[in-house]
Design a binder for this molecule. Sequence first.
Ligand code: SF4
Length: 232
Amino acid sequence: MVATAYLQGCPWRCTYCHNPDLLDPRSPGTHDWVEVTGFLARRRGLLDGVVFSGGEPTRQAGLPAAIAQVRRLGFRVGLHTAGAYPRRLAEVLPSLDWVGLDIKAPRDRYHRITGVAASGEAAFGSLAAVLASGVDHEVRVTVDPTTHSAAEIDGLVAELDRLGAGRIVLQEARGQGAGPGYVAALAGRRLRDLLAHPPAGVELRETVPPGDPVRRSPVAAAAAVREYPGGV
Ligand code: SF4
């Protein structure tokens, strides 16, 4: 059981981003850090860890100090990152128990997702740092039917496997929270509309759409949470 802190700020503008309110690093937070650490101090023994997410949490220069403080409080630490800042990621990796790294596309095609040139260099630099660190990790690819082809996903999975990624997850792109242009372009397409035959050896993380019978049964919903941890 963890508490998750969503840190504002991200240098990229992904087609499918569903946290647009978190992209501006100067946007005021909803909780200041003193409040967060006070909350955590009262939950020692009740929570196992703290997960930093975003936005892009490595955008914040205060992240290493915040992680160190959380560890001193006795919590384990996880990090969700898109790898936009490989040097800061490398700095905090020795203090992490787990990292979830987004790899969005083949290196030379990253800008189609992020809108930023050379973003692929940063992300693959972060991947190299994660794999060299030995930290427990997952590498996940959001399958975006508006930009990816099935062959591109197959090639990317093969490349991640070749580089030594321990756990590769293909997750479904969602329209919720994304801009209207993306929702229109997605046109309701699902992961399996693009990947009729997903590559072997990867985990699929698919969403359960509103109205699906699984949502009407608490038992089935609990099972779905286990099966689709990011998607229900
Ligand atoms: S890296 Fe993540 S937070 Fe940043 S724009 Fe892309 S999806 Fe949004």
